[in-house]
Design a protein around this ligand. Structure first.
Ligand code: MEV
Length: 441
């Protein structure tokens, strides 16, 4: 692989960062913001990337903010970090993650570094099919009505596709119809599912419009009343999988591997643990979903509903050992994300983050997100069965504590160092150290 080495001097120390066709940006974390941005600009060849955008952290133009939501008063910033070291389907990827939580970005970098020798992550995507639901009430003969609906598949297709001719012209649109009869013990509920290929869109707008339009015809055909007409966030026709393998050498030996496997087994059979295990996965997933202007709640709702598909809330990931003793991880989850429409298209930072990612399709984005979720899960399990997660959190936590104590500028680093050196990160200690520093200075 072609590599360029860039040398930096920082605090009188020499650092070398390798770039070009690699995401392995060693020492990236030691650089200043300006150096990181300069390095990204040199590393990525994307004409749409305007790296200066990240220097201005004052937020969005209020006109755009006001157009995005109601009663707008301002914005709230969330840090964006770059996950390095990722190889996904043979492609080196630098991945922007938007998160307020410390250690999340570092976790992905570490997990990804430890599986570079096994070629990183491989992914699979089932397609981009979303489900729209129409609830019909008051049908006295639901089974008869179901068949009447199914017989009109061609008309249903025409009604749905006429709502979004652009989607159809691009190769997407209505695929099929399903009719379910639910029984809640009060009266049968007819639920019509329309399956729609939404291509590069998340699909909520297209599917909701189709469901609304179709519901009027359904009412006439079967003499029932349409009640709910909305997309389902249990996007189980839009499944993405990521897999990766960690060698014993990289993960730290048999004992660590076996402890990680035991941690997974715990999560898979106990909803209390599974919730936290999956939350760790979503730390990675939601950070990329948010960074790209996608709907975090939609993805999270889908993920957790999918985790219950066997009747009990379980782990979204699976962990096994192969015949050579490597730890193999797989993450499988619905991922309804898009590249067109919504905040993804209009939010300038989302656009810049997509330029960093360099994905061309929504499916490619979903594959990246899934790989990040798996990396996150590996790192969390490994930390939990070895050092615990607090150690990793400590230095950033110490900085936060120093800021809470009132430290500014260079005081932040000085107070944080004293806190971590002492092994106890507490506000009262931070206040004391800050006072000492100010008294000495
Ligand atoms: C913390 O945000 C996420 C973890 O709790 C995930 C896990 O327990 O697997 C560390």
């Amino acid at each position: 692989m072609h590599k360029i080495d860039v040398h930096f001097t920082l605090k009188k120390k020499e650092f070398t960062v390798s770039l070009a066709t690699t995401s392995r940006l060693q020492n990236f974390y030691k650089l200043t913001q300006e150096q990181r941005l300069a390095l990204l600009e040199q590393t990525l060849s994307n004409d749409n990337l305007d790296i200066k955008h990240f220097q201005d952290m004052s937020g969005l133009d209020f006109k755009l903010v006001d157009a995005m939501i109601e009663n707008a008063i301002g914005t709230m910033n969330i840090p964006i970090g770059i996950a390095t070291n990722m190889i996904i389907d043979g492609v080196e990827r630098l991945i922007p993650m938007a998160t307020e939580e410390s250690s999340v970005v570092a976790a992905v970098c570490n997990a990804a570094k430890q599986c570079r020798d096994t070629q990183g992550f491989y992914t699979y995507a089932s397609g981009s099919v979303m489900i729209g639901q129409i609830q019909l009430l008051g049908a006295t003969n639901p089974y008869y009505a179901r068949q009447k609906i199914l017989e009109r598949q061609q008309e249903i297709k025409e009604i749905c596709n006429s709502v979004d001719p652009m989607l159809v012209s691009l190769g997407g649109g209505f695929l099929s119809v399903e009719v379910r009869i639910l029984d809640d013990g009060i009266e049968p509920i007819i639920v019509v599912h329309i399956l729609v290929d939404t291509l590069d869109a998340m699909g909520a707008n297209a599917v909701n419009s189709m469901a609304e339009s179709l519901s009027q015809q359904l009412e006439l055909w079967i003499g029932a009343e349409a009640n709910m007409r909305i997309l389902s966030n249990l996007a189980d026709q839009r499944i993405v999988m990521a897999r990766a393998k960690w060698s014993l050498k990289e993960l730290g030996g048999e004992q660590v591997r076996d402890a990680m496997l035991a941690a997974y087994r715990f999560a898979d059979c106990d909803p209390y643990r599974a919730a936290t295990h999956n939350k760790g996965i979503m730390n990675g997933v939601s950070a990329v979903v948010l960074a790209t202007g996608n709907d975090t709640r939609a993805v999270e709702a889908g993920a957790h509903a999918y985790a219950c598909r066997f009747g009990q809330y379980r782990s979204l990931s699976s962990w096994e050992i192969d015949k050579d003793g490597n730890l193999c991880g797989t993450l499988q989850m619905p991922l309804a994300v898009g590249l067109i429409g919504g905040a993804t298209k209009i939010h300038p930072t989302a656009q810049q983050n997509l330029s960093i990612l360099g994905v061309k399709t929504a499916q490619e984005l979903a594959r990246v997100i899934c790989a990040v979720g798996l990396a996150q899960n590996y790192a969390a399990m490994k930390a939990l069965v070895t050092t615990g997660i607090q150690q990793g959190h400590m230095s950033l936590h110490a900085k936060n504590m120093a800021i809470m104590a009132g430290a500014t500028g260079s005081e932040v680093e000085l107070v944080a160092t004293k806190l971590t050196d002492g092994g106890r990160v507490r506000l009262d200690l931070a206040q004391k150290f800050l006072q000492d520093i100010r008294d000495e200075g």
